[in-house]
Write a new protein. Structure first.
Length: 287
């Protein structure tokens, strides 16, 4: 699966290189609203209807009845800004396929897992509001609140289903120092998730309710040329056995003013259960 993700990224990289055009007149727009890294959200809202297509190749994920889950998830997200000065945006994210293999804890054998849904990624609808901007304040800030639920169960090769049901409340805060004439953006996000009425999902125990807190910080450099480097650090916990620390080097490639291709590799350390390796490729389109 790593080979698949590498091939996809190389193809997209070649496409972006051939489609690249000089963007010197667009640097202000990129500095404020675009060049978003893989995990840390920009504090300023999108300025046009935006679609994100994401491929995540993960390793060693644990859920309630399976561990050492290696596979991939694909998902799509639509973002629509609205209101005065586009201070509001609504986001709809839907995971549409997951495939991989894991070690079944109860059956003590290797099993296949796949389905038209995600693992911890539920279909979710989020409303975001900008709170401050660097036109009037030191930093840009925004906050969001949303609701999600499991779409489809994950089928297994042992005639069982995982992720039968589940709901989620999502909330968070974004902050960055983006300005028109600043080519290095520093940013941070806090993403909280409360899962409830779940089944076969809790990574730490057999409960139907659990929390995730994801903290991320990043830096994006709007360099000359068509490749923009970025770097993020991540911390994720369920306030139980799942404690994950990761670094994520990545590249962002703008394609004129209509798209971005980005890819990165998250690696790190886990105290207890949890995946520390994820390769991600994302294509962003603006309309």
């Amino acid at each position: 699966m790593k080979l698949v993700s590498s091939c996809i990224f190389c193809i997209l990289l070649c496409f972006a290189a051939t489609a690249f055009a000089d963007n010197s007149g667009r640097r202000a727009q990129q500095n404020l609203y675009e060049l978003e890294p893989l995990y840390t959200r920009n504090a300023r809202n999108a300025q046009r209807f935006t679609v994100n297509l994401t491929y995540d190749d993960f390793r060693n994920v644990r859920i309630e009845e399976a561990e050492e889950f290696d596979g991939y998830t694909t998902k799509i997200e639509g973002i629509l800004p609205f209101g005065t000065d586009k201070r509001w945006e609504v986001r709809l994210e839907i995971p549409f396929y997951t495939d991989g293999d894991a070690w079944g804890i109860k059956v003590q054998q290797k099993i296949d897992i796949d389905g038209n849904g995600g693992v911890f990624d539920f279909a979710n609808l989020v409303l975001q509001r900008e709170l401050s901007t660097t036109e009037k304040c030191v930093v840009n800030t925004s906050t969001y609140l949303g609701y999600g639920r499991r779409t489809e169960a994950l089928e297994t090769s042992i005639n069982d289903k995982y992720n039968h049901r589940g709901q989620m409340i999502r909330f968070g805060v974004n902050m960055d120092n983006a300005r028109v004439n600043r080519d290095i953006r520093l940013q941070a996000s806090l993403d909280g998730r409360y899962y409830f009425d779940t089944d076969d999902l809790n990574p730490s125990n057999n409960g139907t309710e659990f929390y995730f807190m994801n903290l991320s910080g990043g830096a994006v450099y709007n360099a000359e040329g068509f490749i923009k480097p970025a770097f993020e650090v991540l911390y994720s916990t369920d306030f139980g056995d799942r404690q994950i620390y990761q670094a994520v080097p990545q590249l962002i490639i703008p394609v004129k003013d209509i798209a971005e291709i980005k890819g990165g590799y998250a690696f790190g350390h886990s105290d207890g259960e949890g995946s520390t390796q994820t390769a991600t490729v994302r294509a962003t389109f603006r309309f």
